[in-house]
Design a protein around this ligand. Structure first.
Ligand code: SF4
Ligand code: SF4
Length: 113
């Protein structure tokens, strides 16, 4: 998801933040690197993996997501979001989604970009 306002469709979506597990290496935590992901927003999975809280719930929703999916959203830790979020559907903010983006949007009743 992107934080830029205006024509960015991600600011009116947020579906990917409520569709997939978001796992990454603990080296990206705030306790391990400056500007890392706040540890309290994650749960440990293995020694080599942590997960954004809420993303493995039956109805997944990342704890850092603010707003209403499909209406107006933002990532509460945008500048500190983990690598999977930075890498996800990189052209979606420009209106060009990919298959994973489309899958997340369909899950929330939104048409693909
Ligand atoms: S599902 Fe696609 S359009 Fe929606 S926030 Fe994620 S990347 Fe953006
Ligand atoms: S950290 Fe931010 S961009 Fe990543 S899943 Fe959570 S709300 Fe979405």
């Amino acid at each position: 998801m992107s934080a830029a306002a205006g024509s960015d469709p991600c600011t009116r979506c947020g579906a990917c933040c409520a569709a997939f597990r978001v796992d990454f290496h603990p080296a990206c935590l705030a306790s391990r690197e400056a500007d890392g992901v706040p540890d309290a927003l994650t749960v440990p999975v293995t020694a080599q993996l942590v997960r954004m809280r809420g993303t493995d719930a039956a109805e997944p929703r990342c704890i850092a997501l603010r707003g209403e999916i499909g209406v107006a959203v933002e990532c509460g830790i945008y500048d500190r979001r983990p690598p999977p979020c930075r890498d996800f559907a990189p052209y979606a903010p420009l209106g060009m989604g990919d298959e994973a983006c489309a899958r997340a949007r369909r899950r929330h009743g939104l048409a693909p970009l």
